[in-house]
Design a binder for this molecule. Sequence first.
Ligand code: OXD
Ligand code: MN
Length: 582
Amino acid sequence: MSSVESWVEEVARTTRPNEVVWCDGSDAENERLIDQMLADGTLLPVNQEAYPNCYLHRSHPLDVARTEHLTFICTERPEEVGPTNNWMSPREARDRVWPLFDGCMRGRTMYVVPYIMGPVASPYSKVGIELTDSPYVVASMRIMTRMGKVALDRLERGATDWVPGIHSLGDLSPDRRFILHFPSSRTIWSIGSGYGGNALLGKKCYALRIASTMGRDQGWLAEHMLILGLESPEGDVTYIAGAFPSACGKTNLAMLKSPFEAEGWKVYTVGEDISWMNIGPDGRLWAINPENGYFGVAPGTSYKTNPNAMEVFRRNTIFTNVALTEDGRVWWEGMDGPLPERLTDWQGRPWTPASGTKAAHPNSRFTAPASQNPVLSSHWEDPRGVPLSAILFGGRRARTVPLVFGSFTWQHGVFLGATMASETTAAATGAVGVVRRDPMAMLPFCGYNMGDYWAHWLEIGQRASNPPTIFQVNWFRTDEDGKFIWPGYGQNMRVLRWIREVVRARAGSQSRETPIGLVPTVEAIGAEEVGISRQQAELLLSVDRDEWIREAEDQTAHLEQFGDHLPPEIRAEHRALLNRLK
Ligand code: OXD
Ligand code: MN
């Protein structure tokens, strides 16, 4: 018996499902699952003429987002996970959490879901196996990963470092919900939630938390980043990765519809949430997208904000917690067109504009195959990945942070990532709109001590002879009236074009050096062409010394919490910033 088979048997002995089904990933298997879920109400059909092969899932109303406070990294010593992770000892996990798996699949089927994270032919891709009692998870994993026989084939060809993951819906109670990661055995246990980020174990649990520790041990990076290709009129493509916290527009930027398409400027998507980056033989960082689909935030997605996404989920898509129109089409806040007079809300209740509630849950989602993206990069499955010229760190900041600025060096760029902050969104449970430090947008996803993680970033920069240039961006700066100054979305192309000039060392006259980094001129981004007044444009690109001194002082406590694990280089960058400001 193979190691996979004996592990499956062992788990089944504890969870005691009625039946164990090995998934092959075939169409026939998927159809059977969909039929079964339609029959038992796990899925509802949406209008099949408008949205062929698309379905709606309504989750338990207390299970609608990632639950960071119930997410733990399990290591022998708390120091290994650092101050930004929840820690649990493996012994406590065994004593407190494992008993919840005892008999948890009684009366249910346990699906064995083998999957590959990354392009099938890439040496950088890796295998995982998820055991789950949720058919919704199986159907979603089939969209989000290369699932089934392809993964078993890879194991048969000798891949030994597969990641075992056990998932059960349990009783869906937040009181008995845990998402645990064991970096030493590269194992994942998740119980009590069916929500994507908690239950599709390939995504956040494997491709970020576990993979970040693999990257530390093996010399690569697993990051919460989109990857895009920017094509210029000259025909060259500049690859850019970008880390933004959840629900801050990664999907929109990765699929940006260029307002300058006629002139030859175009964006192609490689990935929209996760990037695995290895140093290539040429000393550059090469990125692959480990995912096969998009688990995108629905509200705010429209023809105006992201026309390409509107095409992606036209078919073969699972929607979660969106609203339905009277003729069975999906709907959410921010969609084009007039507000419908009557809807069925995300919990299945009748809704009218007078209801005073959101019709779609703010974290409602679409799960759609990447292959349906009209602007998918032709290199998205390139086994080598794509070579990065720039990395962006972005957040939601109403004040202080200009639209874009470039770092002076890799080390300075790592410092920018280490200190980045953002206002919280609905992607995780908890208060929305609070500024929190979210280093590299990895606060909920880094599987080890964040201080050691920065040291690893610094080391990658030492080993890569030609690393990408690091930038910080902020689409969300507001004016005195609290209105966004920058139109964002397609107009972000203007920022990407300036970045391309900088990485080609051609942006001299279009930039000015400030104490925080290199900022474009108003002309370089054509702020006035998008209807922003000169004064507003200057505010958008301004670096206010007093605000930045406050910002830098506020960074102190954040950095110092890492104690001995804070790399001296980061402390030196912090001091250098304060010196430049004063
Ligand atoms: C996501 C998230 O679902 O970051 O991608 O929460
Ligand atoms: Mn994400």
